[in-house]
Design a protein around this ligand. Structure first.
Ligand code: FES
Length: 152
């Protein structure tokens, strides 16, 4: 799996990587791993109130995350994943898998973990497929003009 192969804008409809601090929001491709099918969905709490409250950090340009797309970014050296459900909002989560701490990657309208196959809903971070049993940790995200910001 190569997570650093560059893609042109046209191929980024569902997989965008946004890099904080890059002058033009550099983008690279992500490839998701296939989740293990048939694993029982774990009972879980609904997504918690987004954590954060710190200083908003620009994680990428809004134009680089199409409506309906997921992506990955770094903010203050932390890996995060993003989902843009509509024109006016962006959701962000810690990319740390709640099973054993690997980094999840954008995969369509979900986030997949390459280590043991857990998969999480982009819309709320809940577990689709285990072994993870807890949702991804939500972060406070916002749209600030042309930018996506995340408060850490
Ligand atoms: Fe993600 Fe195990 S660390 S599934």
């Amino acid at each position: 799996m190569d997570s650093s192969a560059p893609l042109n804008r046209r191929t980024l409809l569902n997989h965008s990587v946004l890099t904080a601090g890059a002058a033009a929001g550099s983008i690279a491709a992500l490839t998701g791993c296939s989740p293990q099918q048939g694993a029982p969905a774990a009972a879980q709490m609904p997504s918690a109130v987004p954590s954060g409250g710190g200083t908003p950090v620009r994680v990428g340009r809004l134009a680089d995350l199409a409506v309906g797309a997921t992506g990955s970014a770094k903010a203050n050296n932390k890996n995060i994943v993003l989902y843009r459900p509509d024109e006016t909002s962006v959701l962000a989560y810690s990319a740390v898998c709640t099973h054993a701490g690997c980094t999840v990657a954008a995969a369509g309208k979900k986030f997949d973990c390459p280590c043991h196959g857990s998969s999480f809903e982009a819309a709320d971070g809940t577990v689709i497929t285990g072994p993870a049993q807890r949702p991804l940790v939500p972060l406070q995200a916002a749209i600030d003009g042309d930018w996506i910001t995340v408060s850490l």
